[in-house]
Design a protein around this ligand. Sequence first.
Ligand code: FES
Ligand code: FES
Length: 172
Amino acid sequence: MQTTLPAPTVESAPAMTRPITLTVNGTPYQLNLAPWTTLLDALREYANLTGTKKGCDHGQCGACTVLVNGKRINACLTLAVMHDDHEITTIEGLATDGALHPVQKAFIDHDAFQCGYCTPGQICSAVGMINEGQVRTVADVRELMSGNLCRCGAYPHIVDAICEVMQLDASK
Ligand code: FES
Ligand code: FES
């Protein structure tokens, strides 16, 4: 005798997203994100701010560096939900009133990039490093920028650009 099994029931999945407001470059973005969404993915995939780059996606390259309340962080290593109400600045927000940030201008003047993929992270990191106020020498610049890798090897020009902004003699 053939028996008929009851149709399987599918329970509705619990809500997997939650509302969050990210303030990026002075603009509030109201997003619905899964709690495990990184700040990097929130910026690139949900706020459409693709200036911040994804390199390694695990804290090794610095391509994803942004500023949170003026401090530089790797956006791939932090969750977006941790930054509700924080002031986030990306490469898109560094220029003011149409004028490039001095670090952006110095990168252009010193030809401090080749492919440009690492450049947004390099620039945001340099701005954060300047905010930190720890640099005294060119060696400090090299050390404190060492978390930002450049596969094109533009390091000498990157250091030159930052030294110009910091009024350090890059030859020392
Ligand atoms: S993408 Fe974040 S450190 Fe490489
Ligand atoms: S300019 Fe190409 S990785 Fe830095």
